[in-house]
Design a protein around this ligand. Structure first.
Ligand code: SAH
Length: 352
């Protein structure tokens, strides 16, 4: 796959392609910059490349598209939610958020997801396919172009499980940090996983200085296995061991995501259990009031519950923040917009 999809190639690989086509080596840098830095959607944009070569490349190495199918802008905080259409007609979602430090884009890594978490809309219809590196990058390019802004931070917390699409995720990280490309500091990139332990080890071996986020959501195996099937394969003892090794080897703090679901994982007992589990670790807990989705009966915890839960963690010496919820008036929780779009289209097709 990698040798065909030109926007997933490194500059060195494009140089190899250029030499096989008998082209001067400086062409590689030009093409790479058009694709990676400027996010060219078509060879027609590459005005410093001869027309004949543009034609040849567009036949041999078509650029995969990522175009805006739907866009919702939050009236409350300006958060923008995109539904992107990929070359093969599949859809993925991204969310652009504005912070004091700049723009952060939440990107998808797969069309759907096969992890089966009970509270998550992305996984309800399984995983259609993984995204190529170019399609993850394409979401950044499309959002930047649309809003005329520079994205400085990326979180891989959209649809899909990045570590279930390991090679393309790694290639994405390699390309997104390239100084001839988007040049986004890897320190500003978070990779979020539901806990695929072998992937966590591979990620630490890669040496990329990203931030690792682990979606924990429960402090014991019994509860975690109920809401996150991945826990049956990689129970907490294995997951926490991998996380400890990650912080030991990288000296980087892990961020644990914990979606607060009413009556499920938000009791005082859960808070104390969570503190015991994480005690002494270089980590940070992000409490997220669960987004209520039509695909699940889970309800979000009350503000009071969140306060009590976080104060228990704090008293136990655990770093904790309650995540500000952005875009609550648009379907900003990933997976919802795509599911709704699919349903509405199915209805339309049934009528026509
Ligand atoms: N598969 C990866 C990344 C995608 S999900 C992972 O599991 O980390 C991004 C984050 O949103 C995860 O922490 C996920 O558990 C959380 N999430 C999914 N559905 C949610 C919901 N309804 N409310 C709050 N958080 C949710």
């Amino acid at each position: 796959m990698l040798d065909k999809d030109i926007k997933s190639m490194t500059c060195a690989e494009i140089a190899g392609l250029c030499s096989s086509l008998g082209l001067p080596s400086y062409r590689a840098g030009q093409i790479f910059e058009w694709l990676q830095k400027r996010g060219a959607m078509s060879y027609d944009e590459m005005t410093n490349i001869p027309l004949s070569l543009r034609k040849e490349l567009s036949v041999k190495h078509p650029i995969r598209s990522c175009s805006i199918e739907l866009k919702q802008v939050s009236r409350i905080d300006g958060t923008v939610k995109y539904l992107f259409r990929l070359s093969d007609g599949n859809f993925v979602e991204s969310v652009l958020m504005k912070y004091k430090y700049g723009y952060s884009l939440c990107v998808s890594s797969q069309v759907g997801c096969k992890m089966g978490c009970s509270f998550c809309a992305s996984t309800k219809n399984g995983c259609v396919r993984s995204l190529l590196a170019s399609e993850i990058l394409g979401q950044i390019h499309a959002a930047q172009r649309d809003m005329d802004v520079r994205v400085s931070h990326v979180v891989m917390m959209g649809m899909g499980e990045p570590l279930d699409n390991f090679d393309n995720t790694l290639r994405f990280l390699e390309l997104v940090g390239d100084d001839k490309g988007l040049n986004i500091s890897l320190r500003n990139i978070s990779v979020s996983t539901c806990g695929l332990v072998p992937g966590i080890y591979r990620l630490m071996d890669s040496g990329f200085p990203i931030t690792l986020s682990v979606s924990l959501h429960a402090p014991n195996d019994e509860l975690r296995s109920q809401i996150m099937p991945v826990n049956k394969r990689y129970p907490l003892a294995q997951l926490i061991k991998a996380c400890k090794e990650y912080t030991d080897r990288t000296s980087r703090r892990i961020s644990f995501e914990y979606a607060m679901i009413k009556g499920v994982n938000d009791s005082d007992t859960c808070a104390r259990e969570l503190s015991r589990l994480l005690r002494g670790m270089l980590c940070h807990v992000n409490l997220i009031p669960a987004n209520e989705i039509s695909e699940s009966s889970h309800k979000r915890s009350t503000a009071d519950r969140l306060k009590i839960f976080s104060s228990i963690l704090m008293n136990e010496g655990i770093n904790v923040t309650v995540r500000r919820s952005l875009g609550s008036d648009i379907d900003a929780s990933c997976g919802q917009l795509r599911n709704r779009h699919k349903k509405e289209n199915a209805k339309k097709e049934a009528i026509t």
